[in-house]
Design a protein around this ligand. Structure first.
Ligand SMILES: C[S@@+](CC[C@H](N)C(=O)[O-])C[C@H]1O[C@@H](n2cnc3c(N)ncnc32)[C@H](O)[C@@H]1O
Length: 179
């Protein structure tokens, strides 16, 4: 099973129609479409106008998604309430501009802000592509931070292949309500 299949399987039972969730990297809109079928409301960020265009096209028959063409480090400018789940699917838009890739330091900023917006027992699901340029640095920066802060890691997932992507499922619990 690839990481996307794992992620969808894991989060399906976690989200209700009353929840607000955030796709931090809309890309081609596959994850956004999945989240839109589960949650009451979805916010979907992407820094790339092409990604927002592709995602809007994919979600043209839905009415519960707000698209935000901005760097996800600015999420606090847009969020008005607590969030049930943030989904980060890092890297770049397939078949597009590979320079618009997530960057380690920015991803850490976005992760910290996302954690603050999580409701109690809310989730951050994050997939790292360590085979991409800068992907290993991004993974180790976030991994070290998660371990240093002793965040609750519910699950990690990785296929048995060289440079396979790595997924972390993090839950905010009562011992770690703020960073
Ligand atoms: C692997 S793709 C996401 C795939 C997507 N979840 C899907 O289901 O198709 C990663 C996306 O992150 C976007 N991205 C990179 N840096 C970003 C940033 N700082 N803020 C928001 N989006 C960013 C890229 O433009 C790209 O579309």
């Amino acid at each position: 099973m690839n990481n996307n299949t794992f992620v969808h399987k894991y989060i399906r039972p976690l989200i209700k129609k009353t929840d607000t969730v955030v796709d931090m990297t809309a890309g081609n809109g596959n994850d956004t479409l999945f989240l839109s079928g589960l949650a009451g409301e979805v916010l979907a960020f992407d820094i790339s106008p092409e990604a927002i265009r592709r995602s809007k096209e994919k979600l043209k028959d839905t009415d519960n998604v707000q698209f935000i063409n901005d760097n996800h480090i600015h999420l606090d400018r847009y969020l008005k309430k607590k969030i049930r789940l943030f989904l980060f699917n890092l890297g770049y838009l397939p078949n597009s501009d590979e320079t618009r890739i997530t960057k380690a330091k920015e991803t850490l900023i976005a992760f910290k802000k996302a954690y603050d917006f999580l409701e109690d027992r809310g989730y951050i699901v994050i997939t790292f592509y360590i085979g991409h340029k800068g992907g290993k640095e991004e993974y180790y920066l976030l991994k070290d931070y998660i371990e240093e802060k002793r965040l609750h890691i519910c699950e990690t997932y990785r296929q048995y292949k060289i440079d396979a992507p790595i997924t972390y499922i993090i839950r905010k619990d009562q011992f770690n309500t703020s960073l």
